[in-house]
Ligand binder design. Structure first.
Ligand SMILES: *Cc1c(COP(=O)(O)O)cnc(C)c1O
Length: 378
């Protein structure tokens, strides 16, 4: 939101900005053109299918974590639909094959259970590997290479007799990381699994690549993709979620009341627990428009949600003037891992979804109501 804008929509709402989305899509398209890789949208991070017709012009398709995302990707995005699930359900697998082009399995056991069927249906089949190379600190819940991880097949568990059936290998080990972390990971992948790569048609490097961040070393990524293609003669896939919609959305909320208990606490009409659960899960401090750190600007205030959860708190921020009832508070970088994770705990309404097109026109794309709360219960 730029300052002084009249707020014609009912808060809270997600605002997704076409120009910002296009900025990311242009970067991704240029990476795929320069390196020869294919880039898929990981729908886990962002499934706002209203934007799929636009995204389709820049990306090669979507990737899914199971039946519903595969169906959505196939119905609304088209192009290539890939799917990876830690374990497929027997009763869903046939339907998955209706939507998916590429099916990735997590273990040799899953592969042996389902791959024949997938192949018979004309699908490309792969195995997720675990190179056991942790490159991230701090966020253990986002590290598929952590000890005792269930995600991916380790070299020890790899079964060479599957090689003749395998079309590709897949790994996903990064989270919000740079090309340097990919380089370290690729070294481990090539050392451990390089000997198998010559027989593959494709290699999927997963997501977690922070490609659209200003300081990301795009040239290094392009070099690595070219190296893989030249060395192993494979198609290379990237499947970022976050990088596709980084900084492309906002969550606009309003102050309901400011209370005082040792400090000012603003109760907003949006909830961390319900509308931006990563704030509590990760946890992290979401950026807020026109704010500073606590104590940095004149008026420090804690931003908190309207639920009954004591810990429903976004963090402590400072503003030039005290917040008061009716003021808008705009959370930034709220397109990723938000809409896909919202819930109606405490009977909280879901935020509406608003689109701002490249000319600045705002349009209500979807509004939610009581039925969305009741409809999930019985
Ligand atoms: C989460 C996930 C992605 C997307 O990760 P981002 O961090 O959003 O880029 C891609 N592939 C797989 C298998 C994932 O689990």
């Amino acid at each position: 939101m730029s300052g002084g804008e009249k707020n014609e929509f009912s808060t809270p709402y997600f605002l997704v900005d076409e120009k910002r989305l296009l900025h990311n899509l242009e970067i991704l398209k240029s990476v795929s053109e320069k390196s020869g890789c294919k880039i898929l949208l990981a729908q886990k991070a962002f499934s706002m299918f209203y934007a799929y017709p636009l995204m389709r012009e820049y990306l090669a398709g979507t990737t899914a974590s199971g039946l519903y995302e595969a169906k959505l990707g196939c119905e609304e995005f088209g192009k290539e639909t890939h799917v990876f699930s830690p374990a497929y359900r027997e009763k869903e697998f046939d339907e998955i094959l209706k939507y998916a082009d590429d099916v990735v399995f997590n273990s040799p056991t899953q592969f042996k259970k389902f791959a024949k069927k997938a192949k018979a249906a004309g699908k490309s089949v792969g195995l997720r590997i675990n190179p056991q190379c942790s490159t991230q600190e701090g966020h253990a819940i986002y590290d598929p290479c952590a000890d005792f991880s269930r995600l991916g097949t380790t070299l020890e568990n790899f079964e060479e007799e599957l090689l003749s059936e395998l079309d590709g290998l897949h790994f996903h080990t990064l989270c919000e990381q740079g090309a340097d972390a990919l380089e370290i990971t690729l070294k481990a992948v090539e050392e451990k699994f390089g000997k198998y790569l010559y027989q593959m048609k494709w290699l999927n490097l997963g997501g977690g690549h922070h490609i659209t961040k200003a300081d990301y070393d795009v040239d290094a990524l392009i070099r690595m993709v070219r190296h893989l293609k030249e060395t192993y003669d494979v198609e290379v896939y990237l499947e970022p979620g976050e990088a596709v919609v980084l900084d492309a959305g906002f969550l606009v909320s309003q102050v309901l009341e400011v209370v005082h208990n040792g400090m000012d606490i603003a109760i907003l009409d949006t909830s961390a627990a319900c509308h931006m659960p990563d704030v509590l899960e990760m946890p992290y401090r979401p950026p807020v428009k026109d704010s500073g750190l606590a104590g940095e600007k004149a008026c420090t205030v804690r931003l908190a949600g309207p639920t009954c959860l004591a810990g429903d708190v976004m963090g402590d921020y400072s503003f030039d003037a005290p917040l008061k009832e009716g003021d808008l508070v705009v959370f930034e970088d709220m397109a990723l891992y938000t809409m896909v994770k919202t819930n109606t705990f405490n009977g909280m309404p879901l935020p509406d979804i608003v689109w701002r097109d490249r000319n600045g026109e705002m349009k209500l794309v979807k509004s939610f109501g009581y039925e969305d709360f009741k409809g999930r219960l019985s």
